[in-house]
Design a protein around this ligand. Structure first.
Ligand code: NI
Length: 218
């Protein structure tokens, strides 16, 4: 599916503009850096207690239906988190489309029903709950949009070591650069692994299967 098919033409805030190749490339580079950090943290896992900060942590956000979602409410559920924004022309819809296909491939594997998948907007000013809800409807029904105040978004992004920054566009509006990693978090709320942008399907599916298997009691 091309990026243009993902964009709602009725949305006045979505100017048609030439595809910007550097945007996905920049996001890819940021994603690679995040993966490098994740790999480093995994290697250093035994030393976490002595000062190496982990990915993840306390957060409080609101889902696209208005319900609160916190690290506490997710205890016992493996979850996947992606940081993006609904006006993103390319990286976000690609990632959500691929995640939808992965969820379909997981099917009703043991533990799959407990998996939560979240799209956290890094553009809370433009991404209202209504916009998030309509955006998410394009993808697997298990994917849930999360938003919060700018401070809450900044806090959760910091906890996950996710980067985002506004970039002004020629029309006086803005786009955002952001980390393109999908963070996979275990039932205990700790980081398990990550999916790189456009990670090969088999590898991604294996990581998701492992995620839902870890710590499963029944
Ligand atoms: Ni994006």
């Amino acid at each position: 599916m091309t990026s243009s098919e993902q964009v709602d033409p009725r949305r006045p805030d979505t100017p048609r503009r030439p595809r910007r190749l550097w945007l996905p490339l920049a996001a890819f580079a940021v994603g690679l850096a995040a993966l490098g950090l994740a790999a480093l943290l995994t290697l250093l896992a035994p030393q976490r207690e002595t000062g190496v900060a982990a990915i993840g942590g306390p957060f409080r956000l609101t889902d696209h239906s208005g319900e609160a979602v916190t690290n506490d409410s997710l205890k016992g559920c493996p979850f996947a988190v992606f940081f993006g924004f609904t006006h993103c022309p390319d990286v976000c819809p690609t990632t959500m489309w691929e995640m939808s296909e992965l969820l379909a491939a997981l099917g009703d594997a043991p533990g799959a029903s407990e998996l939560r998948v979240y799209f956290v907007t890094v553009d809370p000013e433009r991404d209202t709950r209504e916009l998030l809800r309509s955006y998410i409807q394009s993808f697997d029904e298990r994917i849930v949009g999360l938003t919060g105040s700018p401070d809450e978004i900044a806090a959760v992004a910091k906890a996950f070591r996710a980067y985002y920054a506004k970039v002004p566009t020629a029309d006086g509006r803005y786009t955002l650069n952001h980390t393109a990693t999908v963070y996979l978090m275990g039932r205990d709320g700790h980081f398990v692994s990550a999916l790189a942008y456009q990670e090969p399907r088999d590898a991604a599916l294996a990581k998701l299967r492992r995620l839902i298997a870890v710590g499963r009691s029944t």
